[in-house]
Design a binder for this molecule. Structure first.
Ligand code: PLP
Length: 222
């Protein structure tokens, strides 16, 4: 996966070290997560706070950087201080809940603003035109920082078409981040991370592709 990131960076003259791989552990057993750690991964992503708590508790002996990549409900903010970065800030109400929690503990939550650039109603995130006014309001918060944008490409069950549809969304995300003066860009998953790197991703969130060929399907299990 790192070789593929390096190759994609090279194609557009980027330093591959400017791209951080977030290994997404969603739905994986502790043994599988341990295998990721053994392979050298220290930046791990979970998409549900509840699932993360179980895995993190079992891996408390290892120093890890956990990122929250999935939708966050306001009633879960109390559990989120251990996350180095929350990729999924998607409303002012959530930001205010994080601000209140951060103020209580003298903690600053580092976040990315999730933007919905594909227009799909099933996706979380604020529309592009809402990003600037929201950021302006959030800039007053003392316990929440917004360091970049996160976005998801539109879903398509055809992998080739999915890649084609992803690229313009990534390009829009990059342009929006530049307009807003934001540094970090979390975009790209297993099926489209190379396009994301070519279009400027600084964080790629990869789950399935890390495990391809390493997990046994139901038929293969003894
Ligand atoms: C699951 C997930 C990923 C990783 O997706 P893969 O297709 O398994 O690489 C990335 N981001 C979010 C928000 C996810 O929920």
């Amino acid at each position: 996966m790192r070789a593929r990131i390096e190759a994609a960076s090279g194609r557009v003259g980027r330093d591959p070290r400017s791209v951080r791989l977030v290994a997404v552990t969603k739905g994986r057993s502790t043994a599988e997560v341990r295998a990721l750690i053994a392979a050298g991964h220290r930046t791990l992503g979970e998409n549900r706070v509840q699932d993360w708590r179980h895995v993190a508790a079992e891996l408390a002996d290892t120093t890890l950087s956990w990122h929250l990549v999935g939708h966050l409900q306001r009633n879960k903010v109390r559990q989120c201080r251990p996350f180095e970065l929350i990729h999924s800030l998607d409303s002012e109400r959530l930001a205010l809940a994080l601000e209140a929690e951060g103020a209580k503990h003298d903690h600053v939550f580092r976040t990315l603003l999730q933007v919905n650039l594909s227009g799909e109603e099933t996706k979380h995130g604020v529309p592009a035109e809402a990003a600037a006014p929201l950021l302006a309001r959030l800039s007053a918060l003392e316990h929440v920082t917004v360091e970049g944008l996160m976005t998801m490409a539109p879903y398509d069950d055809d992998p080739n078409r999915a890649r084609e549809r992803a690229r313009p969304v990534f390009r829009d995300a990059r342009a929006l981040a530049e307009t807003l003066g934001l540094r970090e860009l979390s975009m790209g998953m297993s099926g489209d991370f190379e396009a994301a790197v070519e279009e400027g991703a600084t964080l790629v969130r990869i789950g399935a592709a890390l495990f391809e060929g390493t997990t046994l399907s139901a038929e293969e299990r003894p």
